[in-house]
Design a protein around this ligand. Structure first.
Ligand SMILES: Cc1cc2nc3c(=O)[nH]c(=O)nc-3n(C[C@H](O)[C@H](O)[C@H](O)COP(=O)(O)O)c2cc1C
Length: 161
C-alpha cells in the first residue's frame, strides 16, 4: 500500500499539519510532497492520498483547484485544511464543499476531512475585521494538540484502507 500526503501552504500552517498526518500513517509505503512537486500521474499507483490546503477567500487556492481537477486517477482521498475564521462564518465550509465536489466528480472515494485554525502571518489580512476579531481562535495555531489530532487523523484514515 502506498500513501501520499501532499499539500499547498503559503505560510507554513498547512505544512505543519501535513507533517503531523504523515507521521500518523503507519501502513505500507508513504511519501510527502508539496503539490507543486508531485506528478499527479504518479497518484494512480497510490492507495490513499491526503490533500491539504489553506482556505482562501472562502474557497480553494487556484493551485489546489487545478491540481484536484487534474488528479483524476485518485481512488481514495482525504482532505485537510487550515483556516483563520470560525467555521460558522461560512468562509470555511465553502472550501470543503468545493474540494469534495471536484474530487467526487473524479470518482474518488472521500475518506474524511480534518481542519484546524492557523495563525495569520500575512499583514494585509490582519487589517480585515473578520480576521482580527477571531484572533483568540487562530493565535499560535496549529498547536501541539492540533498536531496530535492531525497524527491521529492520519493513523485512523490510513488504517481503513
Ligand atoms: C489570500 C488569503 C485569503 C484567506 N482567506 C481566508 C478565508 O476566507 N477564511 C479563512 O478562514 N481564512 C482565510 N485565510 C487564512 C488562511 O486560510 C490561514 O491563515 C491558513 O492557516 C494559512 O495556511 P498556510 O500557512 O498553510 O498558507 C486567508 C489567507 C490568505 C493569505
Amino acid at each position: 500500500m502506498t500513501t501520499y500526503v501532499t499539500y499547498y501552504s503559503e505560510t507554513g500552517n498547512t505544512e505543519k499539519i501535513a507533517k503531523g498526518i504523515f507521521e500518523g500513517v503507519e501502513k505500507g509505503e508513504k511519501e510527502i510532497a508539496k503539490l507543486s512537486d508531485i506528478d499527479s500521474d504518479k497518484l494512480k499507483d497510490s492507495d490513499l492520498v491526503f490533500i491539504g490546503f489553506p482556505v482562501h477567500a472562502g474557497g480553494l487556492p487556484k493551485e489546489v483547484k487545478s491540481f484536484m481537477k487534474g488528479a483524476s486517477s485518485i481512488k481514495n482521498v482525504a482532505i485537510f485544511y487550515t483556516h483563520s475564521s470560525p467555521k460558522e462564518m461560512k468562509m470555511v465550509n465553502g472550501a470543503i464543499k468545493a474540494a469534495e465536489k471536484i474530487l467526487k466528480g473524479n470518482n474518488a472515494e472521500i475518506m474524511g476531512n480534518f481542519g484546524c485554525f492557523g495563525t495569520v502571518n500575512v499583514d494585509s489580512l490582519l487589517k480585515l475585521p473578520m480576521i482580527k476579531q477571531s484572533e483568540e481562535f487562530w493565535k499560535d495555531r496549529p498547536n501541539e494538540d492540533d498536531l496530535k489530532n492531525a497524527k491521529e487523523f492520519g493513523r485512523e484514515i490510513s488504517s481503513k484502507i
